[in-house]
Design a protein around this ligand. Sequence first.
Ligand SMILES: Cc1cc2nc3c(=O)[nH]c(=O)nc-3n(C[C@H](O)[C@H](O)[C@H](O)COP(=O)(O)OP(=O)(O)OC[C@H]3O[C@@H](n4cnc5c(N)ncnc54)[C@H](O)[C@@H]3O)c2cc1C
Length: 439
Amino acid sequence: VKNNKNKSSKAADRCFCKLKGEIDDCTCKVETISEINNNKIYPRLKSLLARNYFRYFKVNLKKPCPFWPDDSRCALKDCHVDKCKEEEVPIALKKGHENKYSKEAQNEGSCEEERELGALNTSLSDESKQAFEDWNKYDESQELFCDVDDESSAGMEYVDLLLNPERYTGYKGDSPHRIWRSIYEENCFTPQPEIGYGPSKKNSPSLCLEKRTFHRLISGLHTSINIHLCYDYLFQGNSIGYGNVAKWEPNIQEFKKRFDPKTTSGAGPQRLKNLFFTYLVELRALAKAAPYLEQEDFFTGDTEEDLSLKEGIKDVLSIIKSFPDQFDESKLFAGNPVEAKLLKEEFRTHFRNVSRIMDCVGCDKCKLWGKLQTQGMGTALKILFSGDDVGPDSTVNAHHKKHFQLTRSEIFTLFNAFGRLSKSVHSLEKFKTLLNDPM
Ligand SMILES: Cc1cc2nc3c(=O)[nH]c(=O)nc-3n(C[C@H](O)[C@H](O)[C@H](O)COP(=O)(O)OP(=O)(O)OC[C@H]3O[C@@H](n4cnc5c(N)ncnc54)[C@H](O)[C@@H]3O)c2cc1C
């Protein structure tokens, strides 16, 4: 037991070795983020994001992949996964039953049908449908929601995020690798080697601040997605030590495989650190947009709920604003104006590509969360770099020029995307404990 414990604490030290001190290119410390997130921001966001306003995501999951022939069928249906007989599939994994995951369901069979893990639960109540119609009418009358093309396109549907948590889906192999590869190799200014952002080495010029920022942002998002799947991992019945009961639990081995320097050629700890960088950038976007958000009306069709939601949002924003070491976006695109403009355009094009690649993700649930999080990050970048005013005077006013605006969908994805990062940072505590103290 002692030996095992020693081995595991070393793994904890190795994985978390970079999670201390200042975050690259920022003055903020990892410890400060962990403390304020875990004690103040995460608990508040958790209850805020369970409210109706932040619960139903309007999204088009049927858009064709613009870059290569759609391989999603091949990725999960018949090519990689052997089909189980109907009676072998645990009831909890069948479409429409996911939310009913219960003791009764856990005692069901053990066959893995990974396609079902990634399938969406699209059930909605009649009241929700009525509420969405009211929301649309309200949005149109406010002229706040300007992204009409997407909003009105065929294929848009509401998805209940609480019924479709981001977790292990079994999506692996060529399809996600092609997505990540195309993001990093074609769109992400990846430094060589990935672990070093530092001064230039021979044949490997260091990246400028903007490109480093871009790469870290995406890497931090990737880390967050992978932490979620490690944290909410499906141990099938018959897994060693699990008998016949299937369970959703943190998977330490999976976490180690992804973040231990030993299994990642040294890159794991930096990838974990990048999560904090991404967190800091989105935190700053919320702080910057706070004056705008604080005076926004969050319409849900229920006056009491609207008011209480507004209070909840103000409460979390007050903590976000009080964060001492905010990311300083003014350092980016600050050089020669002509070069800065080109760089910003390049940044924007690459980010747009990353968000479009999400339509190529071959697992509906992963696509859902991938789209949500890239859209949220896009909103954060718009807030930080659009150059428009963000302030109390910036809301729509019929008699004045329209300045900065956020659509409902931008507000929705901004908060939800930040909520994902917040949960990832929070779950690191659990992994640290488990690695230090394996049962
Ligand atoms: C948009 C998207 C959403 C997904 N959502 C889910 C989900 O909800 N549930 C689920 O179970 N699976 C999900 N996946 C799949 C998951 O991210 C992995 O691709 C899969 O588990 C296979 O993991 P892997 O170990 O092969 O490495 P991958 O995570 O696929 O990584 C590929 C390569 O990228 C590099 N890399 C890894 N992490 C980082 C990082 N943080 N920064 C920089 N480089 C890195 C490494 O070289 C690695 O070999 C999603 C994939 C995508 C593209």
